[in-house]
Design a protein around this ligand. Structure first.
Ligand code: UTP
Length: 271
């Protein structure tokens, strides 16, 4: 069983400036609820027991969100409002599951993952990128089932427009296992349109093997000077680690850009 999840939250969120100049993007409300709570609910519903947040000193507001007990206690004593009591109970439930580690320099997702090395207990763990919301179906839950069935690592996959491939990690497939799942032969971070092996992109849900940490220890910066998790995954695949791309059901919402963020509120409000 996959019991632990990690969530990188130490990025700068520059695409959501000016909002992110004072607030962590993961706390921005999407239809009245902070984006990170959708991700936490997905984890809990998928049976995850422990969640590791990778934050930075600049994003300690995220920790504060879960550790504001004296404030809640004072307000509840004064107002005795059942809604606030319920919200506080929810925060306490989340808090019990979350551990925090720090990545104070945003060197890339691979470097962020490496910060959790000493906390991962089992052979595989789940990683969720909080900018990527998937609604109407629990993608993590489906991926855990695939991991159990095929004894493999898994990544979420989606077809994207060919002209946008340079925004994503892009797969090359070996063979199709069934309608929604394929064995991966290669994955390339942000390829040029002319070099892209397909238009199937990696979306921010991963079931990764613990052995990825050994590769990350020596991982050099790649595209844009960042240490990408995709580059370490590419090496694992070359070393014959079995990776499945799961073409998930459900609707993908990109909350990392201003247009996507606004649209995600509209989509969730409608659903
Ligand atoms: P992104 O590159 O999409 O997000 O990283 P960003 O850097 O926050 O946003 P922009 O590009 O400046 O707008 C994907 C996820 O990985 C985390 C981010 O917080 C985001 O959740 N991340 C990224 C880290 O935790 N550390 C890093 O060094 C880089």
């Amino acid at each position: 069983m996959i019991k632990q999840a990690i969530i990188p939250l130490a990025g700068l969120g520059t695409r959501l400036l000016p909002l992110t100049s004072v607030l962590a993007k993961e706390l921005l409300p999407i239809n009245g609820k902070p984006g990170i709570e959708y991700i936490l609910d997905e984890c809990i519903d998928a049976g995850i027991k422990e969640i590791i947040f990778i934050i930075s000193k600049k994003k300690e507001i995220i920790k504060k969100y879960f550790y504001n007990d004296s404030f809640y206690k004072k307000i509840i004593k004064k107002k005795n409002d059942p809604r606030i009591k319920k919200e506080y109970q929810k925060i306490l439930k989340y808090k019990k599951m979350i551990k925090f580690v720090y990545q104070n320099r945003p060197l890339g997702t691979g470097d962020a993952v490496l910060k959790t090395k000493n906390l991962i207990k089992d052979n595989h763990f789940l990683m969720l990128l909080p900018d990527d919301l998937i609604i109407k179906n629990n993608c993590s839950k489906s991926m855990i089932k695939i991991h159990q069935k095929f004894k493999s690592s898994v990544m979420a996959s989606m077809t994207v427009e060919k002209k946008t491939v340079s925004r994503w990690g892009i797969f090359k497939f070996k063979n199709r296992i069934n309608k929604q799942n394929s064995l991966i032969e290669d994955v390339v971070e942000k390829p040029l349109v002319k070099n892209a092996p397909s238009n199937k992109a990696v979306i921010g849900r991963y079931i990764l093997p613990k052995k990825i940490f050994n590769l990350l220890l020596n991982q050099k910066p790649g595209k844009g000077g960042e240490i990408h998790i995709t580059d370490a995954i590419q090496k694992l695949i070359k070393d014959k680690e079995k990776f499945i791309a799961h073409n998930f059901s459900g609707k993908y919402l990109d909350c990392g850009t201003m247009h996507g963020y606004i649209n995600s509120t509209l989509e969730i409000a409608r659903s």
